[in-house]
Design a binder for this molecule. Sequence first.
Ligand SMILES: [Zn+2]
Ligand SMILES: [Zn+2]
Length: 234
Amino acid sequence: MIEQPWFTVDLHLHTNRGSADSNLAPRDMIARAQAIGIGAVCITEHDNAWDLREIATLAADSGVIFLRGMEVTTEMGHIGVFGLTEYVGGIYKLRELRKVVDKLGGIMVANHPFRYKLDPRFSFINEDHEPIDPERPETAARLEIFEVCDAVEALNGACSEEENLFALKVARHLGLAEVAGSDSHSANSIGCVTTLLSAPVRNERELIEAIKARKTRAGRGLIAGTVAPFEIPA
Ligand SMILES: [Zn+2]
Ligand SMILES: [Zn+2]
């Protein structure tokens, strides 16, 4: 395998162990992660967290680092959280989630913030939201969700290119950390997009510190063999 200049992390994925909408068995996740040569994979189930000992047992000797996060459903969308060890009542409210995460020294990511929000055909999904002007990231940057989050998922494996690019522009406008996750619910898409780091992270704490320090980029190309950061086209 070609040595990559980046340490790659799939920051967002669901298994059938903790997410009812996923077809991904933990053993298949491990096999696929090994096969593609990814650095680390974060298991981020919907509103519940893995026990770290369980992850350690499953992933032992795999050569891949498995980390734990959670994708919390809130009134303002899905938030990727690191540092949370279990679901806490009340975190459906974004500000309450922030308080809990701050106490634990964790971080919050605005996951796929513009999924279905730029296409008028999906406006029925967003009936209680302000329409978003795809030409004006600076306006979308004022949305409350970005006041509360540390990072923006600028590349999500299940979003359109337009939605991802708009998220990247908003992240740049705000100077928030840029991350990426496949949002896999099956094995084949693992690592289709990855968070890029210049140095490896070995545990959840190191990942949190790297994101807090804005040392991450969103990127893709791992499966094709050449990883490149996601950039706004000139
Ligand atoms: Zn989500
Ligand atoms: Zn997800």
